[in-house]
Write a protein that binds this ligand. Structure first.
Ligand SMILES: Cc1cc2nc3c(=O)[nH]c(=O)nc-3n(C[C@H](O)[C@H](O)[C@H](O)COP(=O)(O)OP(=O)(O)OC[C@H]3O[C@@H](n4cnc5c(N)ncnc54)[C@H](O)[C@@H]3O)c2cc1C
Length: 448
C-alpha cells in the first residue's frame, strides 16, 4: 500500500483581487461524502480545469471530479497579470532558418494550440468576452537598453514571420497616458485575461458539462486502493483509477520532484476604481497591457468596467520561498515598490490609492521544463509552468488529459520529450543564491 501525504496545503497572502472586483459568487461546494470516479484532478487552476475539459472531450461518459483546495481563482490562476502569451520571452533563434528558429516556431505553435483551446472554451461556455480580450500586448521600453532589446526582439520576430509593430513614445503616451515609455513593441497574439473571470467561468462551464468541481476540498493524502487511488479531503474521499496532479509547485508537497522545483512568489497591486476626474487626467485607452522589455521589470495593465472597474495593476518583485508561503512583510515591501513604480509612470495620479496588494506562488525548474508525464501507474502530472502558466498551464492540462486517455498529440510529444527538472543546489545556498540573483536582476531592470 502506498500513501502520499500532502506536507502542506496552499496558503495565500493578500486578497485575490481579480476575484474580489467581480460580482459575488455562489457559496463554495466542497466534496461531501465519498465518490467513485474514472478521473480525479487535484487543483482547479489553468492546468486542472483545462485537463478536466480535455478529459470531458475525450471521455464524454466518464465521471470526472476536480478537487480544489481553496475557491476557484483564489490561487495563482486568479492572482496573475492575465497575459496569455503566444511568444516566448526569449527567442532561441540566432539565425532565422536553423534549429533555433525551428524550436521557436514549435513553442509558439504549442502556445497557440493552448490559446485556441481556451478560445473554444470561451465560445462554448458563453464566457464574457471581456474576460478573454484578444488585444495583443505591448512590450514597453523605458530606457535605451530596453529599446535596443525590443529592436533585436522585433528583428527575430520578423525573421520568424511573426507580425509586430513598433510604437514610438508619442504612441505609447496615447495608449497609456504615461510619458514613461520611450517606445513599445506591439504583437497581436496575446490574449489579456480577466484571470478570475476566465477561471470562474471555466469552472461554471465544466459544471454544466457534468464535471464535479469541488472547492475548499484540499487533498491531504493519496493512498493506493487496489488498482485505484483514494484521495482524502476534509469531508470526503474520491476513489479514482486515474489521477491528474495539477497543483503546480504543490506537486512537491506530495513528495514528487523534491529539491528540483523553484517556488517563486510574485507580487502585484491594483488601484481603486478610478473616478471620472482621475480618468480624465489619465487619458489613454480604457484597456491596455504592457509587459517589460526586461522580464524582471514591471508589468502594467489597465482594465475597464467590463473587467471589474477602471483600474491599473502593477506587477513587480519576486522572491524564492521554498516554504511555499509569502509573509505579510514581503507583500508590504512589494506594495511600497509598486507605489513607486506607479508614481514613476503616472506622476499626475500620485494620490491614487492601491486598493489591493497580494502575493502569488508560481513554480519554475532551473532548466525551464514542465513535469507532464505519468509519475506512477495511474497518477499523471500537469505541473511546473515556468512563469507563463496561463498558456503553459492550459497546455500541460491538455497534455496530461490526453496521456491519461491513451492519446498522443503534438503537446504530449513535445512535453514528454522534455527532460526532468534538474536538481537545485542544497539549502540554504539555493535560497540565498536565487534571492540575490532576483534582487540583482530587479535592480538591473531599473526603469523597465
Ligand atoms: C503576480 C503574478 C503575475 C503573473 N502573471 C502571469 C501572466 O501575466 N501570464 C502568465 O502566463 N502567468 C502569469 N503568472 C503565473 C501564473 O499565474 C501561473 O503560472 C499559473 O497560475 C499556473 O497555473 P496552474 O493551474 O498550473 O497552477 P495554479 O494556478 O497554482 O493552480 C493550482 C491549484 O492547485 C491547488 N492545490 C494545491 N495543492 C492542492 C491540494 N493538495 N489539493 C487540492 N488543490 C490543491 C491550488 O489551490 C491552486 O488553485 C503570474 C503569477 C503571479 C503570482
Amino acid at each position: 500500500m502506498t500513501t502520499r501525504s500532502a506536507r502542506r496545503l496552499p496558503v495565500h497572502t493578500g486578497p485575490a483581487a481579480w476575484s474580489a472586483i467581480l460580482p459575488g459568487q455562489d457559496a463554495p461546494r466542497p466534496l461531501e461524502g465519498n465518490r467513485n470516479a474514472e478521473f480525479a484532478i487535484v487543483g482547479g487552476g489553468f492546468a486542472g480545469l483545462s485537463a478536466a475539459r480535455r478529459l470531458r472531450q475525450l471521455n464524454p461518459q466518464a465521471r470526472i471530479v476536480v478537487l480544489e483546495a481553496g475557491r476557484l481563482a483564489e490561487g495563482a490562476s486568479g492572482r496573475n497579470s492575465g497575459f496569455m502569451i503566444d511568444l516566448p520571452h526569449d527567442l532561441a533563434s540566432d539565425d532565422y532558418a536553423g534549429k533555433g528558429a525551428e524550436s521557436d516556431r514549435a513553442l509558439i505553435g504549442l502556445n497557440r494550440t493552448a490559446i485556441n483551446f481556451a478560445r473554444e472554451a470561451v465560445k462554448e461556455y458563453g464566457i464574457n468576452p471581456a474576460f478573454f480580450d484578444e488585444s495583443g500586448k505591448v512590450n514597453g521600453a523605458a530606457s535605451p537598453a530596453g529599446d535596443a532589446h525590443n529592436r533585436s526582439y522585433a528583428a527575430h520576430l520578423t525573421g520568424l514571420g511573426e507580425a509586430n509593430e513598433r510604437l514610438d513614445a508619442k504612441a505609447m503616451h496615447a495608449l497609456t497616458g504615461s510619458h514613461h515609455y520611450l517606445s513599445g513593441l506591439y504583437t497581436p497574439g496575446t490574449v489579456t485575461l480577466q484571470p478570475a473571470g476566465y477561471i470562474r467561468s471555466l469552472g461554471a462551464g465544466l459544471r454544466c458539462d457534468g464535471v464535479e468541481v469541488c472547492e475548499n476540498s484540499g487533498v491531504s493524502r493519496i493512498d493506493s486502493a487496489g488498482p485505484d487511488w483514494a484521495l482524502t479531503t476534509r469531508h470526503g474521499i474520491v476513489t479514482a483509477s486515474t489521477v491528474i496532479l495539477a497543483n503546480n509547485g504543490h506537486l512537491e508537497s506530495f513528495g514528487f520532484a523534491r529539491r528540483r522545483l523553484m517556488h517563486i512568489f510574485l507580487f502585484a497591486s491594483m488601484t481603486v476604481d478610478l473616478d471620472a476626474d482621475t480618468l480624465k487626467t489619465l487619458a489613454g485607452a480604457p484597456r491596455w497591457g504592457i509587459t517589460p522589455s526586461d522580464p524582471m521589470g514591471t508589468t502594467m495593465r489597465r482594465i475597464d468596467t467590463a473587467q471589474g472597474g477602471n483600474r491599473i495593476i502593477t506587477r513587480t518583485c519576486g522572491a524564492f520561498l521554498p516554504g511555499m508561503q509569502a509573509g505579510p512583510a514581503s507583500v508590504r515591501r512589494a506594495a511600497r515598490i509598486h507605489r513607486q513604480k506607479f508614481n514613476d509612470r503616472f506622476p499626475a495620479l500620485n494620490g491614487v490609492r492601491q486598493e489591493f496588494s497580494w502575493a502569488g506562488h508560481l513554480c519554475l525548474s532551473r532548466n525551464g521544463v514542465s513535469v507532464m508525464r505519468e509519475l506512477e501507474p495511474g497518477i499523471f502530472s500537469a505541473c511546473v509552468q515556468n512563469g507563463l502558466g496561463t498558456a503553459r498551464g492550459t497546455m500541460t492540462g491538455i497534455g496530461a488529459a490526453e496521456l491519461a486517455s491513451g492519446q498522443t498529440s503534438a503537446i504530449t510529444k513535445a512535453l514528454a520529450a522534455e527532460g526532468e527538472p534538474v536538481k537545485l543546489p542544497p539549502s540554504p545556498f539555493a535560497e540565498i543564491g536565487a534571492n540575490a540573483v532576483l534582487r540583482w536582476k530587479e535592480w538591473r531592470a531599473g526603469k523597465e
